[in-house]
Write a protein of this length. Structure first.
Length: 524
C-alpha cells in the first residue's frame, strides 16, 4: 500500500554549469554559438542573408560573437541561461535541440558574460558571472532595456576567458569552422567571419574515378519506429591522395548540413579486424561522406554535436550498409596498391569522371555496397614463378637455382640503384652459363667425365659450341647470346665502364628466359 511522504526538490544545481567547463574547448564552444544563430535563421525561413562575426582579441583576451540571424523576444530570454530550455521544436530541421548550447558555450569560455539581443522593437541585455553561478539559491537574472542594436541581432561579449587566446588557436578555429560549416558556407546566404576574415568552406570532395570503381552516390529514405522520415545522401569512394599521417580518410557525418564527426575510423563504422581492417596506410584512400536531414531529435549526434551516437536508431538503420561500403572500398584500396604501378597508375591518374547513382530501398536490410566484383590481386613475380615451376623443381631440382636467379634479376631491375642494369646483365650472363652446365650434365643424355667437363668449361666459346651442337637453340638466339657475352666481357675486363641501356638489359633478360624455357621447360 502506497503512502504519500511529501516531495523532494528537483531544482537543478548550478554545479551543472561548472561541470561543463572541462568538457569544452574554444572550437566546440564557438560552434555552439554559431549553431544557435543558424537555428534562428532556419526557423525564420532563411529569408535573408545571415552574417556571424567573431572577434578574438588576444591583447584584451576578449571574445565577441555578433549575428544578424533574428534576435530574441523578451519572452525568449530564458532560453539563453535556463538549462534544457529551447525555442526549437522537435520537428525543426535545426542543429540545436538539447537546450544547453549557449549556456555551456559561454560558461565554458568566460567568467563574465553579457548578451544583448533585439528581435523587433526593443533591445534587451542580461549579464552573469562566476559569482552568480556560485549562488545556488539564486536563479533569477535582471533584464535591462538598453540602447538599440540593429534589429534582428544578437551580441555576445565574453571577458575573463578561462583559456587564453593565441594565434595558433585562432588559426585552428578558422580551419575548424571551415570544415564544420562548409555546407552552409557554400550557400551564399551564410557568411562567417573571424577577425574580419571570411571563412572559406573546407570540403572533402577529392575523388578518384578508377574505371568501374568510381565513387557511388547513395540515396535513401530512413523510416523510424514512429514512421518519421530522415533523408540520407552519401558519397563513397577512393580519394586522389593518401592521408595516413593527416588521418583524413574514414567516415564523415553531416547532420542537417553541419559536420558532426570527421574521419571516423572506429569499429562502429567497420574499421576492425574481420571487416575493413584496422586503420592502416594501405586503406588511407577510403572516404565516405554521410549527409542526414530531418527533425533535429532524429539526428544521431551527441549533445555537443562533436560525435555520432552509435546506439541511435537512425545510425543503427544504416550501419550494416555502411560497414559493407567501408569494407569493399578498403579492399579495393589494398588491391590497387599491390597492382603494378600502385595507386599512382591505378587510382590517382583517374582524376575526372562521373559518379554512379545508387538508390537504396529498405536500407536497414541492405548488406551490399553495390560495387562490381573487386579486381583480383595480381601475383607477385616471385610467387608466380615459384608456383608455375613448383612441379619442375621437384623432378629437376637443378632448375630451382636458375629460376630463382631470374627472380633476383626482376627484383634488381625494380630498385633505384644507379648501376642496376650492369648488375642485372652480369647476373643474367652467369645464370645462362650455369644453365648450359646443368643442361649438359642433366638433360643432354651424354656423360661428361671430370676431365672432359673441366676442359670444356675452361673456355666459354667451347661451351657455346657444345650447346650449339645439340641444336636446341636457334641461330637468332645464338646471335644475341654472343652479343651480350661480349658486352659482359667488356664490362668486366675493359678499363672503361661500358654502359648498359634499359632496352639491352630487358632484351637480354628475354633471351635468357627463352633459353631456360627451351632447355628446361621453365615458365618465366
Amino acid at each position: 500500500m502506497e503512502k504519500h511522504n511529501g516531495f523532494i526538490d528537483a531544482t537543478p544545481s548550478k554545479r551543472i554549469f561548472l561541470s561543463i567547463i572541462a568538457d569544452y574547448d574554444i572550437n566546440k564552444a564557438i560552434c555552439e554559438l554559431i549553431d544557435n544563430a543558424l537555428d534562428l535563421w532556419i526557423i525564420a525561413g532563411r529569408r535573408k542573408d545571415v552574417e556571424i562575426s567573431i572577434t578574438l582579441d588576444i591583447s584584451q583576451q576578449r571574445i565577441c560573437v555578433n549575428d544578424n540571424a533574428g534576435g530574441l523576444e523578451r519572452s525568449e530570454l530564458s532560453y539563453i541561461v535556463g538549462p534544457g530550455r529551447t525555442g526549437n521544436t522537435n520537428s525543426d530541421q535545426t542543429i540545436g535541440i538539447f537546450g544547453v548550447g549557449t549556456k555551456r558555450a559561454v560558461v565554458a569560455l568566460a567568467q563574465d558574460i553579457t548578451i544583448k539581443t533585439r528581435k523587433d522593437n526593443k533591445t534587451y541585455s542580461i549579464s552573469f558571472d562566476d559569482q552568480w553561478i556560485k549562488k545556488e539559491d539564486e536563479w533569477q537574472l535582471p533584464v535591462y532595456e538598453i540602447e538599440d542594436i540593429p534589429c534582428g541581432s544578437t551580441y555576445i561579449e565574453l571577458l575573463k576567458l578561462r583559456q587564453s587566446l593565441n594565434e595558433e588557436k585562432i588559426n585552428i578555429l578558422k580551419l575548424h569552422l571551415g570544415a564544420v560549416y562548409s555546407e552552409f558556407l557554400g550557400n551564399q546566404n551564410v557568411i562567417i567571419q573571424v577577425n574580419k576574415e571570411e571563412i572559406i568552406p573546407i570540403t572533402f570532395d577529392n575523388w578518384a574515378y578508377p574505371p568501374d570503381f568510381e565513387p557511388r552516390k547513395y540515396t535513401a529514405t530512413i523510416k523510424t519506429k514512429t514512421d518519421e522520415v530522415v533523408s540520407l545522401s552519401a558519397i563513397a569512394g577512393l580519394t586522389l591522395e593518401s592521408s595516413p599521417a593527416g588521418g583524413e580518410y574514414g567516415v564523415y557525418f553531416y547532420c542537417n548540413n553541419r559536420l558532426i564527426a570527421q574521419a571516423l575510423k572506429t569499429l562502429d563504422v567497420g574499421f576492425a579486424t574481420g571487416l575493413a581492417g584496422k586503420p592502416h596506410a594501405d586503406i588511407s584512400l577510403v572516404r565516405v561522406l554521410i549527409f542526414l536531414e530531418g527533425p533535429a531529435r532524429l539526428m544521431p549526434w551527441n549533445s555537443s554535436k562533436s560525435n555520432v551516437n552509435s546506439s541511435h536508431e537512425v545510425f543503427i538503420s544504416i550501419q550494416k550498409w555502411l560497414i559493407n561500403v567501408v569494407q569493399d572500398y578498403s579492399s579495393l584500396a589494398r588491391r590497387t596498391s599491390k597492382f603494378e604501378g600502385g595507386w599512382k597508375e591505378n587510382v590517382f591518374k583517374y582524376s575526372h569522371g562521373s559518379m554512379e547513382i545508387v538508390s537504396l530501398s529498405d536500407i536497414p536490410n541492405v548488406n551490399t555496397s553495390y560495387l562490381p566484383p573487386l579486381p583480383m590481386i595480381r601475383q607477385r613475380y616471385t610467387d608466380k614463378v615459384e608456383k608455375d615451376n613448383e612441379s619442375i623443381a621437384k623432378s629437376k631440382p637443378w632448375t630451382k637455382g636458375l629460376y630463382e636467379s631470374m627472380i633476383v634479376v626482376d627484383w634488381i631491375l625494380k630498385q633505384s640503384f644507379t648501376q642496376k642494369n650492369r648488375i642485372a646483365l652480369i647476373l643474367l650472363d652467369s645464370t645462362l652459363e650455369i644453365s648450359f652446365k646443368e643442361y649438359l650434365i642433366n638433360e643432354s643424355g651424354e656423360t661428361y667425365n671430370e676431365h672432359r667437363f673441366n676442359e670444356l668449361f675452361k673456355n666459354r666459346h667451347k661451351v657455346h659450341e657444345e650447346i650449339k651442337g645439340k641444336g636446341i637453340l636457334n641461330d637468332g638466339l645464338w646471335e644475341k647470346i654472343n652479343y651480350y657475352y661480349q658486352k659482359r666481357c667488356e664490362l668486366i675486363h675493359k678499363r672503361a665502364t661500358v654502359s648498359i641501356s634499359d632496352y639491352e638489359v630487358e632484351d637480354f633478360r628475354e633471351i635468357v628466359e627463352d633459353s631456360l624455357t627451351i632447355m628446361f621447360s621453365l615458365q618465366l
